[in-house]
Design a binder for this molecule. Structure first.
Ligand code: EPZ
Length: 413
């Protein structure tokens, strides 16, 4: 699949943000913690959700679509999601915690996911081990066994989002109480805790660096809708700024995009917060800035590529340091093909602003790099073709329609 976008666009109008991919994926995994019916509302139609739905069905769970609602009934009858799908997205590894907690046995292939550096799972396994699981490895799979998970204290060397979520799900049905220390603070963690609590879970402290999970005997069915996607919102904020546009973003929680707003204002953009709306008005001159990606509430790594595209035409040199992933600069050479002037020194990129980018054929290497290339394509002179655009559809619902509605000349071929 390819996306072809014409340059020198100016985005204006309104866009509605979908439910958060990174909240919905762990919540879908957590539906395995109860055999009763769970109704999830406004689930985004994106590739990664399709994969997790497929894996739930493979595990023997009933998943019924009802427009944008999902009715999910049942727990895992089997304990081994199929290899080829687990390889497709890293989030599939989140099935391990719930299946281990409900079946005492789970076999999962080493996770796949974006090509943004090796993404170990040592912290996930450290948590499961601390809860009493034993591991064996065979043929690239991890097999974890336990009679009954037992609550304990777990310290995370790094505030890993996935590890915090996986351990939280496993501990929800353990006997006794678990404390996760140096836990991730992301809003998606809070959403997952709220979801599990809506099923009768007893989780407190989510959103702080110590999360307390009191294990319960069983969890009930529930109805739930996840928070809006702060990274989709941030991406549209950047697209508005980068095209000197004027866009009203609906269904956003301003607090969740504070770091993006602050940085955009530093570049000279006008950002107006109005309840669950944010208005972004770009301007011609872009001030260069310094950015360092950090775990939440710092500047999000998932917005690094999009901001780099925007800063490639700033009035001077910007510096971006990627401190969360060790190889998340795959988009740099693609931006340079469009005329950007970027130098990488280890984890730091120095972006020397140029007056114009030029459209050409570029390759999306992961979903956020793909989004960055769409932004660069709308800024550039001429037409840009983004190949491997399926990466973009993994995390952005109806992105072509949403951009066209804002005035972009874009099509998927
Ligand atoms: C989640 O990935 C998100 N994915 C990512 O979004 C996001 O970039 C990332 O968190 C950081 O915010 C989902 O929520 C589905 P981590 P995750 O565990 O959980 C290291 C997107 O674009 N680490 O916080 O995989 C790891 O190598 C995606 O939507 C370990 O060392 O992120 C990485 O350098 C991309 N050992 C860092 O921590 C572990 O056991 C952050 O990883 C786990 C992680």
């Amino acid at each position: 699949m390819k996306m072809v976008v014409q340059g020198e666009a100016r985005l204006t109008g309104e866009v509605e943000i979908s439910s958060s991919k990174n909240a919905v994926l762990p919540v879908l995994a957590a539906t395995l913690l109860t055999e009763e019916k769970v109704v999830l509302r406004k689930v985004p139609f994106i590739e990664d959700v399709k994969v997790i739905k497929f894996l739930l069905k493979e595990l023997g769970v009933e998943v019924k679509e009802d427009k944008k609602d999902l009715n999910i009934i049942g727990q895992a009858r089997y304990n081994h999601p199929p290899y080829e799908m687990v390889k497709k997205i890293r989030a599939s590894f989140l099935l391990m915690g719930p299946v281990l907690a409900t079946k005492g046995l789970v076999r999962v292939s080493l996770p796949g996911g974006c090509a943004i550096g090796t993404r170990p799972i040592d912290l996930h396994l450290k948590g499961f081990k601390a809860l009493g699981a034993q591991f064996t490895f065979s043929g690239g799979d991890i097999i974890a066994r336990v009679n009954k998970l037992k609550g304990t204290h777990i310290y995370l060397d790094f505030p890993s989002v996935g590890a915090t979520e996986n351990i939280m799900m496993a501990a929800a049905l353990a006997s006794g109480t678990t404390y996760i220390e140096n836990a991730a603070l992301e809003p998606e963690i809070v959403d997952l805790a709220n979801f599990i609590n809506s099923m009768g879970g007893k989780i407190s402290g989510a959103g702080t660096n110590i999360i307390r999970i009191e294990g319960v005997k069983e969890l009930k069915g529930t109805e739930y809708s996840c928070i809006p996607d702060r990274i989709e919102a941030g991406t549209f904020m950047l697209a508005a700024a980068a095209t000197g546009g004027d866009v009203l973003i609906n269904n956003v929680i301003p607090e969740h995009v504070k770091a993006i707003t602050a940085k955009l204002i530093e570049t000279g953009v006008e950002v107006e917060e109005r309840g669950s709306q944010i208005r972004v008005k770009g301007q011609k001159k872009i001030n260069p800035v310094y950015i360092k990606t950090m775990p939440y509430p710092g500047f999000p790594t998932d917005m690094q590529a999009q901001f780099m595209a925007y800063l490639s035409c700033a009035d001077g040199s910007s510096i971006i340091t990627e401190s969360v992933f060790e190889n998340r600069f795959m988009h740099v050479q693609e931006l340079m093909r469009m005329g950007a002037s970027i130098k990488i020194e280890g984890k730091t990129a120095i972006i020397k602003g140029v007056s114009k980018l030029h459209g050409t054929e570029v390759i999306a290497t992961d979903l956020r790099a793909g989004a960055a290339l769409l932004i660069a394509g709308m800024m550039a002179q001429g037409s840009t073709t983004v190949t491997n655009s399926y990466h973009i559809n993994r995390g952005y619902e109806n992105v072509v329609e949403k951009l066209r509605a804002l005035g972009a000349d874009i099509k998927e071929v």
